[in-house]
Design a protein around this ligand. Sequence first.
Ligand code: KIV
Length: 260
Amino acid sequence: MGHTVTLFQAAKDAGKPIVMVTAYDYTMAALAEAAGIEALLVGDSLGMVVQGNDTTLSVTLDDIIYHTRWVVRGAPDTFVLADLPFMTYQPSVEMALRSAGRALQEARAHGVKLEGGEEIVPQVNALVQAGIPVMGHIGMRPQSVHLYGGYGKRGKSKKEHDELLASASALQDAGAFALVLENIPHGLAGEITGRLHIPTIGIGAGEGCDGQIQVFHDLLGLQPDFHPRHAKRYADIGRQMIQALSSYANEVRQGLFHSK
Ligand code: KIV
């Protein structure tokens, strides 16, 4: 095995930024590993970027297990986390254990990520007791999109600010090895990062985090007309793919496909 969960704490202790990206299949994982990305997340964002849904809510544990298998195969030397989908861990500690157990046994993930605050502390505790590394996820939690009424920033009010600080500490105390901070004020992300001894991984949370995570499609422009505010685009591959596919189609139609 290449990278293990210990890389997270070692990086924070050494002041070294942690780089993460999502991946959903063998090829993406192999590309990310070749680029030296430290850890991969098989995110339930696959419900949107792979399955084309408006939310992540319909992703199943079987979906995550299916995709995680190929990611682990494509990046054998990289730490791979499986995202636990909506309602596969919230109902009970036992359900969380069974879901995470399947992700590790059937898909060979190295750990799991769970969205939630203080209310999921019993689940995090039990998973860690069972030997399963857990990454928490607070702030904008896409599985709660209907409760929030959209994907906007969280933690702007004093109440939410205080709740997020409390959740961060509670998840750390429960044994989470790192926390995703999604779409929260940058000052708050810096405050949480300063208070915790475990690393924070930001997305739309500013440079005060210990690392960053981005969705693969957003980084590379695979969806040319979709540009979320928190995303930074390093390539325009979607448009290049359309151009390449059009060239192929034109050559076949004009009888030029076998000419060179
Ligand atoms: O599902 C996902 O891809 C995520 C990351 C963006 C943090 O939760």
